[in-house]
Design a protein around this ligand. Structure first.
Ligand code: BG6
Length: 487
């Protein structure tokens, strides 16, 4: 019996399809990782011919995956792509689409379908309802997986409502909530680093770790996305999803297996153990900022209070992490693009060297550079040659580029699409994790939107954020890292 798979992309005329989805599928094709028989169907409301759509996505591959573009290989791949204008807001529109998909599938064998919702979030519910109403979710003739882009809700209530609505149509096992950070090679490597090496796990706890910093700094400002971003802000855009996911990977207990639910159960345990920040304590645990000039961007309301920068301190109430602060920091228009996780270890308990009495040895730290210079650095003390006991911090490094070559790291979407096609949900967020994350974020946003909101600090574009954020961490006796992965 033959098996074929159709990938149906809703929202196909949008940027995501051109920039990420088709380049990722094309790359999987080049690597021979696509199903033996497959078709890609682009759906949106615009009237486009198959050829127009193919030209549109071909230019996407040329621009965003230029090194992979090969006209001969593209010519083999392109005929598998077709386009249909359809209204996902109507059951009738979906039925017509289903007829078309059945024609493509023919009537022999099993036909799987991956529905990718690259559409406006307000349409997720209606699209899934209509897929259900048009009987396009039933798995009688092959699996049906639905990939849902972020944002998944804009607060806890809306995320719960969306989960409830989609669970009426889909089993959790059919839902793939995407968080592209989980598709990043360096993020996946966190699990290997922690659990495939015997060295780190014994010190990965409150006895040895002083504090943890997780940074996602962006050099770009909001640019042409201001219309989307204003009112959303950095906490909803970056923290509720990407950064909370990073936090769970750093803090989770070793899962018993690499199976999706085993991993996701451990993440959920971490989220459940995070000490909630309340509207009353938000001033103490958070800093919000906005870069100078943000309010002049097109699409931003006058006097917008939207935060383009945030720093948050969380504590995790469990045996492993009690009392260890986890700092999350993200912002637009900062000095550099740099996403990294830095684990600061405690200083040695006793100094036996002949050093002045008030000497403090520098603490060891481990930096996991998520991007752009993917790698891991470990900073430790070394004796300066030809001195009695002078010391300096030196670095042990691993760079993906040097070890695996400059083209080894695939785009995050490639891994995620591959997994969604294979039915491996390990790198996708389960419904309960999304809700728990919103449960932690909601009170912070409520505090920021209330009368008693902490002041909105300002910062210069190209800086490392507001002075208030430096004061916030230095009050605890620490300093922010500044792109240390580049060193
Ligand atoms: C997206 C946010 O989810 O992640 C964007 O909506 C942000 O605002 C982007 O720029 C950052 O992703 P990356 O992979 O460039 O760190």
């Amino acid at each position: 019996m033959s098996e074929s798979t159709i990938i149906v992309i809703f929202g196909a005329s949008g940027d995501l399809t051109r920039r990420k989805l088709i380049p990722a599928l094309y790359s999987l094709y080049l690597k021979k990782r696509m199903p033996d028989t497959f078709a890609i169907v682009g759906i949106s409301r615009s009237p486009l011919s198959d050829d127009d759509f193919r030209a549109q996505v071909e230019s996407g591959v040329q621009n965003f995956a230029a090194s992979k573009y090969d006209p001969a290989r593209w010519a083999e791949f392109a005929p598998r792509i077709t386009y249909r204008p359809a209204d996902l807001g109507s059951v009738e529109g979906m039925r017509q689409l289903d007829d078309y998909l059945q024609q493509l599938e023919g009537d022999n064998g099993s036909c799987n379908r991956l529905y990718y919702l690259a559409i406006a979030p307000r349409l997720y519910e209606i699209a899934i309802n209509n897929l259900g109403a048009a009987n396009m979710i039933s798995e009688d003739h092959g699996w049906r997986h639905v990939v849902i882009e972020k944002p998944f809700g804009h607060n806890l209530a809306s995320a719960e409502q969306l989960n409830t609505a989609i669970h009426k149509v889909l089993h959790e096992s059919q839902i793939y909530r995407i968080d592209h950070y989980l598709g990043k090679e360096t993020v996946q490597n966190l699990l290997v680093f922690r659990f495939a090496n015997a060295l780190f796990e014994p010190v990965w706890n409150r006895n040895y770790i002083d504090h943890v910093q997780i940074t996602a700094a962006e050099k770009v400002d909001v640019g042409h996305r201001a219309g989307y971003y204003d009112g959303i802000g950095v906490v909803r855009d970056m923290m509720q999803n990407h950064m909370m996911q990073l936090l769970t990977l750093v803090a989770m207990e070793p899962p018993a297996s690499f199976e999706a639910n085993a991993l996701r159960n451990e993440k959920v345990k971490v989220l459940s153990a995070i000490q909630p920040i309340t509207p009353e304590t938000a001033v103490q645990h958070t800093v919000r900022g906005q870069y100078r000039g943000y309010r002049n961007a097109e699409g931003v309301v006058p006097n917008s209070e939207t935060a383009t920068y945030a720093a948050i301190r969380f504590y995790i109430d469990n045996w492993r992490w009690q009392g260890v602060p986890f700092y999350l920091r993200s912002g637009k228009a900062l000095a550099e693009k740099s996403s990294e996780i830095t684990i600061f270890f405690k200083r040695p308990p006793h100094i036996m060297f002949p050093l002045p009495a008030d000497t403090q040895l520098a603490a060891n730290f481990l930096s996991i550079c998520v991007q752009p210079d993917e790698g891991i650095h470990f900073s430790f003390q070394a004796k300066v040659p030809d001195t009695a006991a002078e010391m300096r911090s030196v670095d042990m490094t691993f760079h993906y580029n040097d070890t695996f070559g400059p083209t080894a790291i695939p785009e995050a979407y490639e891994r995620l699409l591959f997994d969604a096609l294979k039915g491996d949900a390990s790198l996708f967020t389960r419904g309960d994790a999304i809700e728990l994350s919103w449960r932690l974020i909601d009170p912070i946003l409520a505090a920021w939107e209330s009368e008693a909101a902490p002041p909105l600090a300002t910062y210069e574009p190209g800086s490392w954020g507001p002075k208030e954020a430096d004061d916030f961490i230095s009050h605890d006796g620490f300093m922010w890292t500044q792109g240390c992965c580049d060193e």
